[in-house]
Structure formats: structure tokens, C-alpha cells
Design a protein around this ligand. Structure first.
Ligand code: PXP
Length: 238
């Protein structure tokens, strides 16, 4: 079954808007797990406008399912991940200051750097996932640098889904099939929501995990976080 990892960045954004501790991110993470989330994801950005580096040790202490830290591997990020030792690190090629991640790694031009990072994290017992566009050459490159998993960038899929979902999913099926032949696990994320998630999960063979933030937290404003997590989980069960 595909695991649902809840991305807490937008919860932190609301908290940060006032400078206090409301909503309480650590309590929220625990509640997400109690309501059925299979994992918690955070994506610290250099300006700390969402989750802050200082939140991460506290979250690590309470998260009992799977803790996934994603982000751009600058020195500060790498050092933090190695000291926290989450279950999974997802490497994202975000330039500093970007609004959101909108493209995966070029695993060929960045091969040496990614190889060094994979080795470093895997030696520390941390599973590595590399954020990728659904391009077969990039999947082959990811295998070569020694990653455990890839996370397929679903932003374009989500954009195209309302007009032509069959076409939108094609590259993802090819990339996921190749990854499983190469023994690389497949995660996915970005702009997944209550409309487009079920089709994606049905069509992608062996999809291990989705990480969802923006739509899920927005849906929680209407349905509440407990119902929302259950709604997303239901779609993953088919
Ligand atoms: N995966 C990665 C690598 C991301 O950067 C993000 C956004 O922080 C997500 C997944 C989740 O995307 P969304 O917030 O659109 O669900």
C-alpha cells in the first residue's frame, strides 16, 4: 500500500505569521499520526519561512511513523540531516529563494555530487530519495549515483490531469516501471490532491509513498485534519 506522508510546511507558515506557537507544529505532527498519517515530511528552506531548523529535533523526538526531511543539500542541510538521522532524506535541487520545488535533478550533470551525498547519507543509515522529473535517462542516472528511491515530481501531471489524465500519466508509468526494474523505490509528490491522487496511485506500479502538503492542509480548513487524512488514505487504498 502507498504510504501517506503529510508535509507540515504550510502549518509552520501559519504559525510563523504571528511569531507565537499556534498552531503547535509538534502537536500537529503527533495528531496527524494519530489520525492515520504514515509519515511526516518537512522541507526547511534557507529563509526558514516554513519549518525552521529549530523545529526539526523536536519533531524527530515525537514522530513515530516515518520522518522524511527534504531539501536542497547545502552544507547546513547536510549537517542537520546527518545529526538528526531521519528515516529518509529527499534531495531537491531548489535554488535558494524559490517559491516551491518545480523540477527534479539532472542526475547526469550532478552525478558526482549526488553520488557523494548518497554515500554519506546511506553510511549514516538514512534512506535517500532523489527528486526527479519522470524522464527515463534521469532514472538511470539516479540508479547510478546509488539512491534507494526516487520521488517523481507530479506538478506537471497535476496541471495536465483535468484536460488529459491518460497523457499526463504516461511518462510517470514509464519512469516508475524502469525504476522498479532497476530496483529503485518510487515515491511521488507535488500538487497531488483529492481529485488527482487516486488515478495516480492506481496507475503507478509499486508506488511506495506520496508526500502531500498544500492541498491537504487547504482541505483541512474545510473538513478538519482528521477527516482530511482519512479522505486521502481512502484514495490510496482504491
Ligand atoms: N515533494 C517535494 C520535493 C516538495 O518540495 C514538496 C513541496 O514542499 C512536496 C513534495 C509537496 O508538494 P505539495 O505541497 O504541492 O503537496
Amino acid at each position: 500500500m502507498t504510504r501517506l506522508s503529510v508535509n507540515l510546511n504550510k502549518v509552520a507558515l501559519i504559525r510563523n505569521a504571528r511569531g507565537g506557537n499556534l498552531p503547535d507544529l509538534v502537536q500537529f505532527a503527533q495528531d496527524c499520526e494519530a489520525f492515520g498519517a504514515d509519515g511526516i515530511t518537512v522541507h526547511p528552506r534557507p529563509d526558514e519561512r516554513h519549518v525552521r531548523y529549530a523545529d526539526i529535533p523536536q519533531l524527530k523526538e515525537v514522530v513515530k511513523t516515518e520522518f522524511n526531511i527534504e531539501g536542497y543539500p547545502n552544507d547546513r542541510f547536510v549537517e542537520m540531516v546527518l545529526s538528526i538521522k531521519p528515516d529518509q532524506v529527499t534531495l531537491v535541487p531548489d535554488p535558494p529563494g524559490v517559491l516551491t520545488s518545480d523540477s527534479g535533478w539532472d542526475t547526469i550533470t550532478n552525478a558526482q555530487r549526488l553520488k557523494d551525498l548518497c554515500l554519506q547519507f546511506r553510511e549514516a543509515g538514512i534512506r535517500v530519495s532523489i527528486f526527479l522529473n519522470p524522464i527515463e535517462r534521469m532514472v538511470e542516472g539516479a540508479k547510478k549515483v546509488g539512491t534507494d528511491r526516487i520521488e517523481l515530481y507530479t506538478g506537471q501531471y497535476a496541471k495536465q490531469y483535468p484536460s488529459d489524465k491518460e497523457k499526463a500519466i504516461l511518462d510517470h508509468i514509464a519512469a516508475a516501471n524502469l525504476a522498479s526494474q532497476l530496483n529503485v523505490g518510487v515515491n511521488a509528490g507535488h500538487d497531488l490532491n483529492l481529485n488527482n491522487l487516486k488515478y495516480y496511485a492506481q496507475k503507478i506500479p509499486g508506488l511506495l509513498e506520496v508526500s502531500i502538503g498544500q492541498a491537504l492542509i487547504s482541505d483541512a480548513l474545510y473538513f478538519g485534519i482528521q477527516n482530511t487524512i482519512q479522505l486521502y488514505k481512502y484514495l490510496l487504498i482504491h
